[in-house]
Design a protein around this ligand. Structure first.
Ligand code: IMP
Length: 433
């Protein structure tokens, strides 16, 4: 086992940062492959918090190669800020970072369009609730084959030509959305800033796909770090309330340029309850005091936008769908300790729509939106011993909860997290074998 993909099994924010950080102990190369600074991974190391948006969560292990794959959309300024932050903490000082030359660049007009679209849609209650980081518009430009790639930041004439062509096309759209098109001076500043960022990033750029392929061929351990979650996948998630990239395991192969036969294991990260940011169906959402209690106990506020996350009980139909879409070989359970705050814990085992039971979300998103969750409840277990290192160290109701989820999801756990710190973890199986 040398190539492992980690994906979010729900709607993102499952605690992937901590799990990737732990798995990185055994990895040589860690690859972020999709999305961009819409992600926010919180790492707590020796009580100190580090939030990354672009740099892989493996960054905290000096000497491990951290790759940003060609399928990403990268805001160069955010990346440079993050690199500076990491370097101030003594990280990324040994040439560990490699930014794919083929990755696409988010420019200010992508963010402008993202915001204008959301503002307009909000007036009719149709906003997606994006992170406004320009992710969707950047992927649109890419699909239109007019995007600026990291390599273009190193070629001034090419960059000017591409930006001019983009601006020419989006000005009517900005007007249509009620925005103010940028002035010529503003566009010139955007180009100058992008070129300056390109100069600073140049030493970190390279051929990401070949770099990863060489590592795999050399028998190194490679960890692919997914962003967001399976149910936010552009093709298979709760469309249109999704992100604009492929968040399932197949996205790792597509975006990093690695064949599927190279993959040995897929680990899906699931929180012990469920959260969602932005709009879209969420059958187990709790609109009451219990939901607020979960939010406060779990610190469920976006690492990227600070938005309060919608909270609810663990949704097994959604988890089964994520497991199927990504071919998960293992699950990692996070934030089990948070449920210790609850007097009683429920888990949704099926959905009911028009009297019919579904063990996975129905195909029609309107049916998901009106699905009634069927719950099983467990007695609360109080504070978990943070020194628990085996499932048998857990209070009986917590252990029964873990075993029930494992059985009903049909995928074994490789890890259970009982607190935010690295060592507050029950390790059951090493995905690298
Ligand atoms: P976008 O990716 O910014 O276009 O946002 C599209 C949807 O995905 C919105 O509902 C966001 O809240 C959600 N989303 C994007 N990135 C994340 C993430 O890292 N965690 C959770 N939700 C996310």
């Amino acid at each position: 086992m040398s190539v492992v993909i980690v994906v979010g099994a729900q709607w993102g924010d499952e605690g992937k940062g901590k799990v990737v950080d732990l798995f990185t102990e055994r990895a040589d190369v860690v690859v972020r492959y999709g999305g961009g600074a819409n992600a926010g991974h919180t790492l707590v190391i020796d009580g100190q918090k580090l939030v990354t948006h672009l740099v892989p969560s493996g960054v905290c292990h000096p000497g491990k190669s951290c790759v940003l794959g060609d399928g990403m959309v990268i805001d160069p300024h955010t990346l440079l800020e993050e690199v500076a932050l990491c370097q101030a903490r003594g990280l990324l000082l040994r040439g560990e970072l490699l930014v794919g030359l083929g990755a696409h660049v988010i420019l200010p007009y992508h963010k402008l369009l993202d915001g204008l679209r959301e503002d307009r849609a909000a007036k009719t209650g149709k906003a997606i609730g994006t992170t406004r980081r320009g992710i969707g518009p950047a992927y649109e430009t890419k699909a239109a084959r007019k995007g600026v790639r990291v390599r273009d930041l190193l070629k001034p004439a090419r960059l000017c030509e591409l930006v001019a062509a983009n601006i020419d096309e989006i000005v009517p759209l900005i007007n249509h959305l009620g925005g103010t098109p940028p002035s010529t001076a503003e566009v010139e500043t955007w180009i100058e800033d992008a070129l300056a960022a390109g100069q600073k990033l140049a030493p970190y750029t390279g051929e990401a796909s070949r770099h990863v392929a060489r590592a795999i061929a050399g028998g190194q351990h490679v960890l692919f770090e997914g962003a967001q979650g399976c149910l936010l996948d552009l093709d298979h998630g709760t469309y249109p309330y999704v992100t604009s990239s492929s968040t399932i395991a197949a996205g790792a192969c597509q975006s990093a340029g690695i064949g599927p036969t190279a993959i040995d294991a897929v680990v899906g990260i699931t929180k012990a309850y469920a959260t969602r940011v932005g709009s879209g169906p969420f059958p187990t959402e709790l609109h009451d005091e219990t939901g607020s209690r979960l939010r406060n106990a779990g610190g469920e506020f976006g690492a990227t936008t600070g938005r309060p996350r919608r909270c609810g009980w663990l949704d097994l139909p959604a988890l089964r769908m994520g497991a199927r879409l990504s071919g998960m070989t293992h699950l990692a359970l996070t934030k089990l300790d948070v449920l210790g705050e609850m007097p009683e814990v429920s888990v949704c085992v099926a959905y009911k729509v028009d009297g019919k039971e579904f063990d996975e979300p129905p195909i029609d998103p309107d049916d998901i939106a009106r699905a009634e969750p069927v719950y099983t409840s467990f007695p609360g277990w109080g504070r978990l011993p943070s020194e628990a290192r085996d499932v048998t160290d857990l209070p009986t109701p917590a252990r029964v909860y873990v075993e029930t989820i494992e059985r009903m999801a049909g995928v074994p756990f490789c890890l259970v997290s009982v607190g935010p710190d690295r060592n507050e973890t029950i390790r059951l199986h090493d995905p690298f074998g």
